[in-house]
Design a binder for this molecule. Structure first.
Ligand code: AMP
Length: 381
């Protein structure tokens, strides 16, 4: 079976790595000639709506995406010619932060207070209603913290408006969260849903840096996160893997956004779950039976940004798996990730000691924040 993937980045690359053993072949469509998945299938280079690219995708048995901002009309056009999974509707709703929040709210999933902002008077009225601090975000094409400015006081309005005023915007109330977490789940075409254990996540400047499981939360909170993701999958008649990103504040869970594709927070599933998110996405998309989402142990994932680590040193760390995305290093660019897997928290703690000297100062400090919770989370979900 041939799977077409819109986007040829590291997620497409890891999908193809998971799909080889399942007997699947891959075509990728990407605007970049050096798209890093290219070595693992046929790469078609061109804009999303290029006739040759669309024809190559339409010739595949299934089409999926590694990028949530593929124009929804391209997906809808392809859906008239082949099976597109997840459904174009899941992309369309997620591409506009306002629509996305309204969809989640309509399903009874709590979100931050939000207001549409098209003009300066709108912004002032929104601040009046929501208060400060708040985050001004572009409605479209925002990811990894791009297209958003945090407003702490009225003095921040003018520079924020200079930066984002030309776009359609939302103002979102600031959530003073205790921590962030992410629920990944998979749904098959016949409606079976399986949820992975909840992942605890840590972001800096809007970019995911660390992810770990177990998340160290109560069974009740974990069950509510799984229920919210299940509700969303069912409402969208979704097929494939999806991740719902959540803020945890006290015992409240507040949804931030969802990603209709495999997600960075669940990369740990490659080594530490019985079936990875990439394999389960493909199993769902290709009508194969879903695999178990159970964890094999405890795991901690590090993103590598900008520069490559010393691979030899890294590979000496017991229980560590390294994923090189074969991407040209650039400041801030995700070039790879590492996952540490151990049977339990104490074993993970000792493996962490060997990785610490290899981390840059910022990542080491972030790890300190994470270590605080993992010391207390061994008995929780
Ligand atoms: P986003 O681009 O919406 O995924 O936001 C990226 C990250 O910015 C989130 O994971 C949070 O760490 C932070 N963030 C975004 N929106 C809010 C908010 N309303 N309150 C607090 N933190 C936020």
């Amino acid at each position: 079976m041939r799977v077409g993937i819109l986007g040829g980045g590291q997620l497409a690359r890891m999908l193809a790595e998971a799909g080889g053993p399942l007997g699947l072949d891959f075509d990728f469509l990407d605007p970049a000639a050096d798209a890093c998945a290219g070595a693992l299938g046929r790469l078609h280079v061109g804009p999303w709506a290029s006739p040759a690219g669309l024809a190559a995708m339409a010739a595949c048995d299934r089409v999926t995406a590694d990028f949530e901002n593929v124009p929804a009309e391209v997906l809808a056009r392809l859906a008239g010619q082949t099976a597109v999974r997840p459904p174009p509707l899941a992309f369309a709703a997620g591409q506009d932060r306002l629509e996305e929040k309204r969809l989640l709210e309509g399903l009874g999933i709590a979100v931050a207070p939000v207001a549409e902002v098209s003009s300066r008077p709108d912004l002032l009225a929104a601040i009046e209603r929501i208060g400060l601090p708040a985050v001004l975000k572009t409605r479209r094409l925002g990811y990894d913290g791009k297209g958003q400015v945090v407003l702490h006081s009225h003095e921040d309005l003018e520079p924020a408006w200079q930066q984002l005023g030309g776009h359609k915007l939302i103002l979102e109330g600031w959530i003073d969260f205790d921590f962030e977490c992410a629920q990944t789940a998979v749904r098959s075409a016949d409606g079976e849903v399986r949820c992975y254990p909840l992942t605890r996540t840590l972001h800096r400047n809007g970019v995911l840096r660390l992810a770990s499981t177990p998340a160290g939360v109560s069974a009740d909170l974990a069950a509510r996160a799984a229920a919210a993701a299940t509700t969303l999958l069912e409402a969208l008649d979704y097929v494939g893997c999806l991740t719902l990103e959540l803020f945890a504040a006290g015992d409240r869970l507040i949804a931030n956004e969802y990603a209709p594709r495999p997600h960075n927070s669940a990369h740990w599933t490659i080594e530490a779950a019985l079936t990875s998110q990439f394999e389960n996405h493909l199993r769902a998309v290709c009508d194969l039976p879903l695999g178990s989402t159970e964890a094999r142990g405890v795991a901690l994932m590090f993103n590598w940004l900008g520069a490559m680590p010393d691979r030899n040193e890294l590979l000496r760390v017991p229980g560590l798996a390294w994923h090189d995305y074969h991407k040209e290093p650039r400041p801030g660019r995700k070039v790879g990730h590492a996952t540490l897997v151990a049977p339990d928290q104490p074993a993970l703690g000792s493996a962490l000691e060997s990785i610490k000297p290899l981390l840059d100062r910022e990542t080491a400090a972030l790890l300190g924040e994470f270590a605080n919770f993992s010391r207390t989370s061994s008995a929780t979900t």
